[in-house]
Each structure stands twice: as structure tokens, then as C-alpha cells.
Design a protein around this ligand. Structure first.
Ligand SMILES: Nc1ncnc2c1ncn2[C@@H]1O[C@H](COP(=O)(O)OP(=O)(O)OP(=O)(O)O)[C@@H](O)[C@H]1O
Length: 315
């Protein structure tokens, strides 16, 4: 028995090149475990291989090498059980325009072999806020409603794991909040959530653990908090009382950035310099301080650092 929702080892994928194009290796020897009950973020720049990985989990893309276990079921040994354990909300709005939301959910439930007596169509319509649109034609639904319907379709077979591929790309704030409310609720009820997003602040807020992939390779995988703590830079932000002097000598490893409104932002290495030393240096330089705050590093800094370093190494 395992405590992991997903166990991937030595996973590689090479797409055949179209026409005279060379083959494209989209995933290179990926090892990844995702704990049960977590909200897990899969991040990476465009073309990193995120969709390929998700589509392999969903059974939509065939891997070239390696093994994938979903809720303990090996895809190659127990394809039916591994598929039943996972639901995927895809990136594209691929809905049949002639089906009503109710019919879409029913057809999807049929595909997964959910007996009629066990179908939760009304409950799902209600949850995704489409209870009054059950009989509307999909072609008459707004983009936001279609996206909600895709979430509903991913849930018809009550999967243990829900995968969301860029669920909030291009959606308005209201829909984004509704999606995240639903996701949190599903997670509280025990569902493991895996998501990709381009919004790093969203991943920082939502995900317990994160993996960053780049050019098909796994760069790092850790808890969100530990990843953020990897960044050594913090920023001390000072609002002076008067116009600050032109010359402000600072301790080594501290760097001054002048912002609009006379604000002084001092970036410093937290393992090498303390805010106390910087404040003392400012006072010595004749800066009178009206307000002080500290800006913490963000996931975005970790992401840029890691992907830039990987790019430099590859060059
Ligand atoms: N069907 C395919 N045939 C050939 N190459 C492909 C195919 N699908 C993806 N690729 C290539 O594999 C690489 C990884 O693509 P993938 O879509 O998995 O990346 P991604 O991280 O999801 O990117 P994005 O954030 O832009 O969606 C890219 O170089 C892409 O061009």
C-alpha cells in the first residue's frame, strides 16, 4: 500500500517529427511522486512538457518509456483502474456543441461506466453553478460556463485525483474564485488535486508542493514554503521623512534601488546581512525613517532563478 496518489519513474516521451522534422523529446527520464490528499502544482515555461505529462496521466498520450502508477495502479498492468482513479479538466474547450450540459455529463458518466443509479448529475450541475442551464445547448453557453462544464465532466466518475490543466488561463476574476473555491472544497473532502498554471502567485497560494519542469527535465520538487526559502534575497522598504541623501553607503551584499515617491528599497542577502545593519547604515547616512516594511521573496523569483540557470547550463 502506498501513500502516493501518483508514482512516476523514468518517464520519457518522444514525439515523432512531422514530415522532415526531427523527433521531439518532450519528457526526459522524469521521476515524480505526488502524495495523496495534496494540492500539487506542476510548473514550467511554455513547452516544458507539462501538458505531455498530464496527458500521459490522463491516458491521452502514450509514453515512450518508464512507469506510471495512479492510485497504486500501474497504467500498463491495470489500465481500467488507473483511468478510473483520475479525472482531467483539459485546457481546450472541447465540448460537443449539440449537447446540453446535462447530456454532456450523462454521456461522460456512460463512458466511465457509472451506473444510472449512481450518477450525480444534479449535484454536479449545482456545484459548477449550472443548475439552471442543464437543458441549454453548449453552443449557447459563455466561455466561463463551458469551462465550468469541463470541470463537471472531470468529476462524473468521482475520481480520487483531479487534474486541472491551466484552469484559469484567460478567465475573469469571478470564475477564477469560483474554480478555486470548488477545488479547495474537493480537496478538503479528500480529493488529490494536480494543477498547472502560469500564474505563479496562484500556485504559491494554492499548492502545498510544487514541481518545476523545464525542457522536459525535472528541475526541482519540494514544498512551496521550502522552495521560497531557497531564495536568499529579501527587500527592506523604507519611506523616508525627507528627501533622502544622494549617497547612502550600505553594508556589502545590500543593494539600493530608488523607487518613485522617494521610497528606498534595499535588496539584501538574508544569510549575510541583517535588517538592523541596514537600518543603522541608513541612519548614519542621515536618512530619517517614516515607515519600514519587508518584502518577502515569491515563487516567481524561485521559478525565474531555476529556469534561467537551467537555460544558461544548456547554452
Ligand atoms: N503532438 C505533438 N507532436 C510533436 N511535438 C509535440 C506534440 N505535443 C507537444 N509537442 C512538443 O513537446 C514539447 C512539450 O510540449 P507540452 O505541450 O507538453 O508543453 P507545456 O509545458 O504544456 O507547454 P504550454 O505551457 O505551452 O502548454 C514542446 O516542444 C512541443 O512543441
Amino acid at each position: 500500500m502506498t501513500d502516493n496518489a501518483i508514482e512516476i519513474s523514468g518517464l520519457s516521451k518522444t514525439y515523432a517529427g512531422a514530415g522532415s522534422e526531427p523527433p521531439k523529446q518532450a519528457l526526459k527520464n522524469i521521476d515524480l511522486t505526488i502524495p495523496r490528499g495534496s494540492i500539487f502544482g506542476l510548473l514550467g515555461p511554455n513547452g516544458a512538457g507539462k501538458s505531455t505529462l498530464i496527458n500521459i496521466l490522463a491516458g491521452l498520450v502514450v509514453k515512450s518509456e518508464g512507469s506510471v502508477k495512479i492510485w497504486g495502479f500501474d497504467q500498463d498492468v491495470n489500465p481500467r483502474q488507473s483511468r478510473a482513479a483520475i479525472g482531467v479538466m483539459p485546457q481546450e474547450l472541447n465540448l460537443d456543441p449539440f449537447f446540453t450540459p446535462r447530456a454532456s455529463l450523462d454521456v461522460q458518466a456512460g463512458l466511465y461506466g457509472v451506473p444510472r443509479s449512481e450518477r450525480r448529475t444534479d449535484e454536479i450541475l449545482d456545484m459548477i453553478g449550472l443548475a439552471d442551464k442543464g437543458e441549454a445547448y453548449a453552443r449557447n453557453l459563455s466561455g466561463g460556463m463551458r469551462r465550468r462544464l469541463l470541470l463537471g465532466k472531470a468529476l462524473v466518475h468521482s475520481p480520487r485525483i483531479l487534474v486541472l490543466d491551466e484552469p484559469t488561463a484567460g478567465v475573469d476574476i469571478e470564475l477564477r474564485q469560483m474554480l478555486w473555491r470548488n477545488v479547495r472544497k474537493l480537496n478538503e473532502d479528500g480529493m488529490t488535486i494536480i494543477l498547472t498554471t502560469h500564474y505563479l502567485e496562484e500556485a504559491e497560494e494554492m499548492c502545498d508542493e510544487i514541481a518545476i519542469i523545464n525542457q522536459g527535465e525535472m528541475l526541482i520538487r519540494d514544498t512551496t514554503a521550502r522552495l521560497i526559502s531557497l531564495i536568499d534575497t529579501k527587500t527592506l522598504v523604507i519611506k523616508p521623512d525627507d528627501t533622502p541623501p544622494a549617497d547612502i553607503p550600505l553594508p556589502p551584499d545590500a543593494e539600493l534601488e530608488r523607487r518613485s515617491g522617494g521610497i528606498l528599497a534595499i535588496n539584501y542577502a538574508k544569510t549575510k546581512t541583517s535588517p538592523g545593519d541596514i537600518l543603522a547604515a541608513l541612519r548614519d547616512a542621515g536618512v530619517t525613517i517614516a515607515d519600514v516594511s519587508i518584502e518577502e521573496p515569491h515563487l516567481e523569483d524561485v521559478f525565474l532563478d531555476l529556469t534561467r540557470n537551467a537555460q544558461t547550463r544548456a547554452a
